[in-house]
Ligand binder design. Structure first.
Ligand code: SF4
Length: 164
């Protein structure tokens, strides 16, 4: 995943990354992959030179990870590959195909995004700001939903992240 690789690289080299890299690449991936928010927040504190707890708590736990359940942000900042492609040139150099939705070559953010929405449907579908996206999800066929879940499980297993 070139987007993650480039954002981690710039973080390692400079102890700094742009707000969008922190929020919409690294935070987005951590949230969609279901990585423990406390561990992610600790990582941000360790790696960024400008990370102070009073800034990180709302920005990482609240805004990037939606781990406060919606106190700070009115909806999760979740995005699929097309958003990253619009905002950067990472996808051109990536092993994965941003336009593919399923299968081994598909951008993992494409199925992880829908998998996140599926998993959290009970909590998020009543959120007015999410209603349009949930209406889209309702139109997916059972086969498509199964593919999303299978691709996500397979990918996360490779990272040793077991879905609950
Ligand atoms: S194709 Fe997906 S994983 Fe690759 S750089 Fe683009 S958004 Fe990231």
């Amino acid at each position: 995943m070139n987007c993650l690789q480039q954002c981690v690289k710039t973080t390692q080299e400079n102890a700094y990354a742009h707000h969008i890299q922190r929020l919409m690449v690294l935070g987005n991936f951590a949230m969609l992959a279901g990585i423990n928010p406390k561990e992610v927040a600790e990582w941000y504190l360790i790696v960024y030179i400008d990370a102070y707890e009073w800034v990180e708590l709302p920005n990482v736990m609240g805004m990037a990870l939606f781990a406060d359940g919606g106190i700070f942000a009115s909806k999760p900042y979740a995005a699929s590959g097309s958003y990253i492609n619009k905002m950067s040139n990472y996808c051109k150099q990536c092993h994965y195909q941003v336009n593919q939705k399923q299968g081994d070559q598909a951008c993992p953010l494409n199925y992880l995004y829908w998998n996140f929405l599926l998993k959290n449907k009970k909590k998020l579908s009543k959120n007015q700001r999410m209603s349009m996206i949930y209406r889209t999800l309702e139109k997916f066929t059972p086969e498509r939903l199964k593919e999303i879940q299978t691709d996500s499980r397979k990918f996360l297993r490779q990272l040793a992240i077991n879905e609950k």
